[in-house]
Write a protein that binds this ligand. Structure first.
Ligand SMILES: Cc1cc2nc3c(=O)[nH]c(=O)nc-3n(C[C@H](O)[C@H](O)[C@H](O)COP(=O)(O)OP(=O)(O)OC[C@H]3O[C@@H](n4cnc5c(N)ncnc54)[C@H](O)[C@@H]3O)c2cc1C
Length: 414
């Protein structure tokens, strides 16, 4: 074992959080070592936003935190120190201009995550961060309740300050495999239950395979379980070979995965008709029939939904879609309208962390100071980014949190 020189700070992990913390501490003249287990830096950052990197969004801090649920307020000091405006100014300062084409989601103007990564790498080099790849931290070294350094597979590195920025467990091929949790536990931190989140869901109903690639706008999703009636979301949904995906599903998955773990199956109700209820649907269909009384039920439904989905819903209701709507039996018509208002689907699984963009759960926030990101358990230990028990929806939330917490941790040491 080679004993290395003494650093002011060791950062474990070269994600958004780790690189930001390293830069901020090094800008304050701290001697910083960044350790990354992969051969390249920022693998996940490079894959964000489908390669376009949805950096942050334009919400106020209050609205931003509200989207993280009960734990959201923990972010107050980090966001006050580094909100979306400061984040954009930081990147502009290192040569990356950003914009919000829809007024909400912020991207680098290049729409290329590589631009963000390169700028961070160059800034780390400029401010003198020492970078070592292929170094997997396996142990935190501490004595008398103070940090001393870390041990990797072949070396040990000394520092009185260590930032754990190892990410969650989603997309393990991009580096984050949950290493930070046992590291935190090894010094006495608690880690909450962990669930994969932000991913496609598999459903029991096989008819969805016939609607593959149909994108439905403004779908309302509800959990049809007594104890989870309040769980609902609205957004665009896409049917897949074996289930559902799309923005609303990615966001809703974080609510559903704990329920799957508990109940095995989770019944959902989907409004696929932009929020129209049964009465509104009845009136809408009647009006369409008045305009064109000769059209088949399929032609009629196609004014609301894609053809494949219209056919499947007719089949479910037992309706002959070649007939005019008024030629259908009363009960069949009622069943069809009910299905249009609330289509049932049963979630039966998912691909686990392999396809999860986010981890729900993490190092418990109770033992971390929100003002510094410092550990309440061990002096000199800090956390930032997804390794902590905070996860947000799609739309730049998770990167903003990673950058802001990285900024605060780096600043606390600096
Ligand atoms: C495909 C995909 C797309 C996404 N798109 C967006 C988006 O557009 N906008 C958004 O806000 N969020 C997005 N997210 C979520 C976002 O990328 C993460 O929340 C964020 O990158 C987490 O940053 P982090 O620095 O905490 O962790 P990570 O980026 O996961 O970085 C952790 C780093 O630590 C390293 N590491 C782990 N263990 C060790 C160890 N023991 N020793 C040394 N190094 C270690 C890993 O190799 C990794 O490089 C996306 C996620 C995925 C998977």
């Amino acid at each position: 074992m080679h004993t290395q020189e003494q650093y002011d700070l060791i950062v474990i992990g070269s994600g958004a959080a780790g690189m930001m913390s390293a830069i901020i501490a090094a800008r304050a003249n701290k001697k910083v070592l960044l350790l990354e287990k992969l051969s390249k830096l920022g693998a996940k950052l490079k894959a964000t936003g489908g390669g376009r990197c949805n950096l942050t969004n334009t919400l106020s801090n209050e609205d931003f935190m509200a989207r993280f649920g009960r734990e959201g307020r923990f972010m107050t000091p980090a966001l006050e120190a580094f909100d979306h405006k400061k984040l954009r100014a930081f990147f502009a300062d290192i040569g990356v201009e950003s914009h919000a084409p829809d007024g909400y989601r912020v991207f680098p103007i290049t729409h290329n995550a590589g631009t963000i990564l390169t700028a961070l790498e160059e800034e780390m080099i400029r401010v003198g961060v020492e970078i070592r790849c292929k170094q997997r931290v396996e142990e935190l070294l501490f004595k008398n309740e103070c940090m001393q350094g870390v041990k990797t597979q072949d070396s040990s590195y000394l520092s009185a300050n260590v930032i754990v920025a190892t990410g969650g467990m989603g997309y393990p091929v991009l580096g984050a495999e949950g290493d930070g949790y046992p590291l935190a536990q090894s010094v006495g931190h608690k880690v909450t239950e962990l669930f994969p989140a932000m991913m496609p869901l598999k459903v029991k109903e096989t008819w969805v395979q016939h609607c593959r690639a149909d994108t439905i706008a403004k779908v309302e999703l509800r959990v049809d379980l007594k104890k989870a009636k309040k769980l609902r979301a609205t957004g665009d949904l896409i049917f897949t070979k074996s289930g559902i995906r799309g923005p609303v599903v990615l966001d809703f998955a974080r609510e559903v995965t704990p329920l799957i773990a508990k109940y095995k199956e989770v019944p959902l109700l989907l409004n696929l008709t932009k929020g129209k209820n049964e009465d509104e649907l009845f009136k809408y269909l009647k009006k369409q029939i008045d305009i064109n009384s000769h059209q088949s039920t399929l032609e009629l439904l196609k004014t609301l939904l894609p053809e494949a989905l219209s056919i499947e819903l007719c089949k479910l209701a037992g309706a002959d879609y070649t007939l005019g709507f008024n030629k259908l039996k009363g009960q069949v018509k009622a069943d069809l309208i009910k299905l249009l208002a609330w289509t049932p689907l049963t979630v039966i699984g998912h691909d686990g962390f392999k396809m999860a963009m986010i981890t729900r759960g993490g190092v418990s926030l109770k033992e971390i100071h929100p003002d510094t990101m410092g550990s309440k358990v061990l002096k000199g230990l800090y956390f930032c980014g997804e390794v902590m028990n905070l996860d947000g929806p799609c739309g730049g939330y998770n990167l903003q949190w990673s950058f802001a917490s990285g900024y605060l941790a780096g600043k606390s040491i600096g």
